[in-house]
Design a protein around this ligand. Structure first.
Ligand code: NAG
Ligand code: NAG
Ligand code: NAG
Ligand code: NAG
Length: 247
């Protein structure tokens, strides 16, 4: 129950944030260290939703810290506001706050990849997203004729020319949000009003392991796995209510 309350607070903050996208203050200190927020804000008004998610999930801060401290650099795939708006209706509502963090981390690679690198990289490529049981969420890249596509297994889309192309941080525009296959496996069940996501057949998952893991109580102290399944119904209910208030 306490966790439900925490979800409510976190998600309300997130949603209030989402409604306030136009209220962005410009990023300070353009001459300072590499700042993912500044890169996206400088790129125009198309990334407000992604910026909000980077902020509320703390993934943006992680990127800035890691870009400054790691020798490998980082790569960020930035879906446009249209990409978020074009998601099947209710997609974001069905995600727990833990899943929202995973979703944003899934758009971040812990290594700098130039556009040329992406054309020839060996698949799958590790992302920042790690599941509650330590499973890693990978992305596949295919390159041909100076074009690169990225696939989550559930979503494939073209990688556009970089918004920022110099090490240590590459940032590319995407026209679609990369939904992990693991999330879309929850899709039909999460639509049910009672939120019976935990009964999703394992066969729909990438390798069956993830779906099974989500059903079992997580050994992790934060119980993230349990939250992903058991609280999905509660969270989507709260989210729908909040979205209703905002629209
Ligand atoms: C992140 O969120 C905080 C609190 O809502 C806000 O003050 C800050 O301006 C936001 N930063 C960016 C880069 O959006
Ligand atoms: C970047 O890293 C250096 C050395 O590790 C550290 O001194 C500095 O405070 C960091 N800057 C930021 C903005 O994190
Ligand atoms: C990328 O996807 C588009 C349409 O989905 C397809 O036409 C194109 O051939 C793909 N390109 C590569 C390099 O896979
Ligand atoms: C990547 O490609 C491999 C081999 O084709 C496949 O097994 C895997 O499911 C793909 N993963 C994603 C995220 O698309």
């Amino acid at each position: 129950m306490a966790k439900g309350a925490v979800s409510l607070i976190v998600l309300s903050v997130l949603l209030v944030g989402l409604g306030d996208v136009e209220g962005q203050a410009p990023a300070p200190s353009p001459g300072g260290p590499v700042d993912i927020f500044a890169v996206l804000e400088k790129a125009g008004g198309n990334y407000g939703i992604f910026i909000k998610f980077l902020n509320t999930t703390q993934v943006g801060n992680q990127v800035n810290i890691q870009v400054n401290s790691s020798t490998d650099g980082m790569t960020v795939f930035a879906p446009t506001d249209n990409a978020f708006n074009n998601l099947p209706s209710g997609t974001l509502n069905k995600l727990s706050d833990q899943q929202k963090i995973l979703l944003i981390q899934y758009h971040v690679l812990p290594k700098f990849y130039s556009f040329e690198d992406l054309q020839t990289v060996s698949n799958p490529v590790r992302t920042q997203a790690n599941g509650p049981d330590g499973q890693t969420f990978g992305l596949n890249f295919t390159g041909q004729n100076n074009q690169v596509n990225v696939s989550s297994g559930a979503v494939e889309t073209q990688v556009y020319n970089p918004l920022r192309k110099d090490p240590p941080l590459a940032v590319y525009q995407l026209d679609k949000v990369l939904l992990p296959l693991e999330f879309t496996a929850d899709h039909p069940a999460a639509k049910a009003p009672t939120g019976s996501a935990s009964s999703t057949p394992a066969g729909k998952s990438n390798d069956g392991k993830n779906a099974t893991a989500a059903k079992e109580p997580s050994p992790a102290p934060n119980g993230a796995g349990k939250m992903m399944s058991l609280e999905l119904g509660l969270v989507s209910g709260i989210l729908m209510f909040c979205m209703g208030l905002l629209s």
